[in-house]
Design a protein around this ligand. Structure first.
Ligand code: BT5
Length: 308
């Protein structure tokens, strides 16, 4: 049995447990149980000693133990105060065979967006990457990006901020269209038989505007301090439910879209497409009505055009 504070916390997740039961169940000495309880206390949890035993009464808003504690989805957490890029770490875990792991950080020093664009990742954010074992055929995997967008929107809306998605991956505040979160999906190379997908999600949570690029905003700037653990847990719970259900993902994505029925300009590496966004289709392509007819776009940078 793992002799870590994690094991003690897991044992306390369902309510108060006497110290002697913790020691017996986890095969630890009372002194080691005490050390772990002190480590849990130092991590910011409040532990009360009741007549029924030790009881967790408050949980810190972020951090290693906080994210792992009572996680409502089948993932393990690897937490870093600071890391280069959680996507890089997740890719390396994925190619070593790990699956269903979430790499989360408070700050990143080399956060990146699509096409290696810089992603500002100051302390206070939610910077996380999830290693998934895609149960979907390779050509359907882009739907996982849409699933991540739906899960991100649902989790953010718990804070009271109304957000929507600009195709394919930008989470924007509905009223202002400022960018609050972004998603970077990366997959195993085609010749890698051990399929994996890494979904990187960056949410500007307890971050101030001066640390963000123009056009970006944060939850802190919109509603004040937020509880990042609640957001991460909700997001992972939603993603876990959506990942096996591509058809439902499309419906859910349409409902949160800011792009459908808008005039858009999409730049792909090879071409520019302008027209009206009609629909999204599996595996995540945008259908655009252009002057030359209907076009399906699989990837690109989308701009919403103001009506003339
Ligand atoms: C994205 O790229 O929106 C995907 C961002 C994914 C970041 C996460 S954080 C955890 C994981 N680890 C990583 O290293 N990355 C992922 P894209 O659509 O290419 O948008 C990038 C553009 O957004 C930049 O060129 C800036 O204009 C803008 N930007 C940069 N930092 C931002 C921020 N923190 N908030 C809002 N916009 C930002």
């Amino acid at each position: 049995m793992s002799a870590s504070p994690h094991a003690v916390l897991a044992a306390l997740a369902d309510g108060p447990v006497p110290g002697s039961t913790l020691a017996a169940d986890l095969d630890l000495t009372p002194a080691v149980v005490q050390d772990h309880l002190e480590a849990i206390d130092r991590a910011g949890f409040t532990i009360q000693e009741t007549s029924e035993g030790y009881d967790i009464t408050t949980v810190p808003e972020y951090g290693d133990l906080a994210l792992a504690y009572d996680l409502p989805a089948p993932f393990t957490i690897e937490y870093h105060e600071t890391i280069g890029s959680t996507n890089d770490r997740a890719r390396s875990l994925a190619s070593d065979g790990h699956r269903n792991v979430v790499v989360a950080a408070d700050a990143q020093t080399s956060g990146r967006g699509r096409r290696d664009r810089e992603w500002a990742s100051p302390p206070g954010g939610i910077w996380m990457s999830i290693v998934l074992d895609p149960a979907l055929p390779p050509n359907h995997r882009p739907v996982l990006t849409l699933a991540a967008a739906v899960a991100t929107v649902r989790a953010i809306e718990e804070t009271g901020v109304r957000v929507g998605v600009k195709w394919p991956n930008d989470v924007l505040v509905r009223d202002t269209e400022e960018k609050l979160a972004g998603i970077l999906t990366e997959a195993a190379p085609a010749d890698d038989g051990d399929a994996w997908v890494v979904i990187g999600i960056g949410i500007n949570a307890n971050v101030d505007r001066p640390h963000l690029p123009p056009g970006a905003t944060s939850l802190h700037a919109t509603v004040g301090e937020v509880h990042r653990r609640d957001i991460v847990h909700r997001l992972l719970r939603e993603l876990d439910a959506l990942r096996h259900d591509p058809t439902h993902v499309l419906e859910a994505w349409r409902a949160i879209s800011l792009t459908l029925d808008r005039n858009v300009r999409i730049d792909t590496p090879t071409t520019r497409i302008e027209g009206r966004a009609l629909d999204v289709e599996l595996p995540g392509s945008l259908v655009v009505a252009t002057e030359e007819g209907r076009v399906r776009v699989d990837a690109g940078d989308c701009e919403h055009l103001r009506p003339v």
